[in-house]
Design a protein around this ligand. Structure first.
Ligand SMILES: [Zn+2]
Length: 348
């Protein structure tokens, strides 16, 4: 088994939804449930030892896009109010903290803490924010979330906010769908560099990507995106973007979302592991073996049935092994690259 430390999941959103319904999010992660993708028992079964756990304030679900003629184009989600986003984000940060206090997972702010948690057999969670609607333009809330353990953020999800613009979900589509960072977004990226917070480029427009590339002194990272040359969806990265990520010493986490993996762009769990291997091979070709990791999107996407959930994590590892990756390369892909990029970004 290769232990996997993963670049992106939405389990905190699911646990928050459980709490909103009056359920017990702590027991849900500790004891496990039948739905969703990640909980303690399934993570242990699949060798998923930790990952970046997103504070994500969901947009109201629009109608599913129709897939007429092999193409779709969803309207961009509406902006979310800051007070509502802040309330939800604080609740998710609180759930993350309580899971730590109860010993159900460990909230990590250093790679030493991640290693210790893994050695102790406790899920190593790093607090990430996916879309910064909860933050004010003066970034006071950023300092508060940093104090609460936030060590990674994506300025935007696939919707506009005061910091920038995300890509709408569209296939086929270039990621160049609109403007980039706002002036507040520029200040946010600089503040992240100062505080040692990773800036995640998944979901941002191509213009926003180049804006961050120009400003940021840290490795460029897309925590959960795939290859545009294979699956030309707006959320995937062009070879030009991959070259910039490589030049910065950054990395990309492979997203398991079927619609970002399948060349036909369909959102179907009947997606073979060979589609995932194909994206990894292209990423390795363009980024090098040190520039590729995993970024499952568990609890946020349709996952290929051969994996199913966190308990099936090793199915992908096995497919990569079968494709010729040796154990030293697998260790990099499965966790060591993430730990190296986090250590650089966190200035350890
Ligand atoms: Zn996402």
């Amino acid at each position: 088994m290769q232990p996997v430390f993963d670049g992106h999941n939405d389990v905190l959103m699911r646990l928050w939804e459980t709490a909103m319904r009056g359920g017990d999010p702590i027991a849900e992660f500790r004891d496990g449930i039948a739905t969703g993708h990640i909980d303690g028992p399934r993570a242990r079964a699949g060798g998923l030892v930790g990952g970046l756990c997103a504070i994500f304030v969901p947009s109201p679900q629009g109608p599913r896009p129709s897939f007429e003629g092999g193409a779709y184009s969803s309207p961009l989600a509406a902006p979310v109010d800051q007070p509502a986003a802040l309330a939800a984000a604080i609740a998710m940060a609180g759930i993350a903290r309580r899971l730590d206090r109860e010993g159900v997972w460990r909230l990590c702010t250093s790679t030493a803490a991640i290693h210790e948690a893994i050695d102790a057999g406790v899920f190593a969670a790093v607090l990430h924010m996916e879309g910064c609607e909860a933050l004010d333009a003066d970034l006071y809330a950023l300092d508060a979330f940093h104090a609460a353990g936030l060590r990674s953020l994506g300025p935007v999800w696939s919707r506009p906010n005061i910091f920038g613009h995300g890509v709408p979900f569209a296939y086929p589509s270039s990621p160049d769908t609109g403007p980039g960072l706002t002036e507040a977004g520029v200040r946010l990226v600089k503040a992240c560099n100062r505080l040692g917070i990773l800036v995640d480029l998944s979901h941002i427009t191509e213009q926003g990507f180049w804006d961050v590339a120009e400003i940021s002194e840290m490795p460029l990272v897309a925590t959960h995106s795939n290859v545009h040359a294979i699956t030309p969806v707006s959320r995937n990265l062009t070879d030009r973007q991959l070259a910039a990520i490589r030049a910065s010493g950054g990395m990309v986490g492979l997203n398991y979302a079927a619609s970002f993996l399948r060349p036909d762009g369909r959102d179907s769990a009947a997606t073979p592991l060979t589609d995932m291997v194909r994206h990894v091979e292209h990423l390795v070709e363009h980024l090098g073996i040190d520039g590729v990791g995993l970024g499952s999107d568990y609890d946020g996407a349709t996952i290929p049935a051969e994996i199913g959930d966190a308990a099936g994590q090793q199915a992908l590892v096995g497919a990569l092994r079968q494709a010729g990756y040796g154990e030293a390369d697998l260790a990099k892909l499965c966790r060591d690259n993430w730990l190296r990029v986090l250590a650089t970004t966190w200035r350890e």
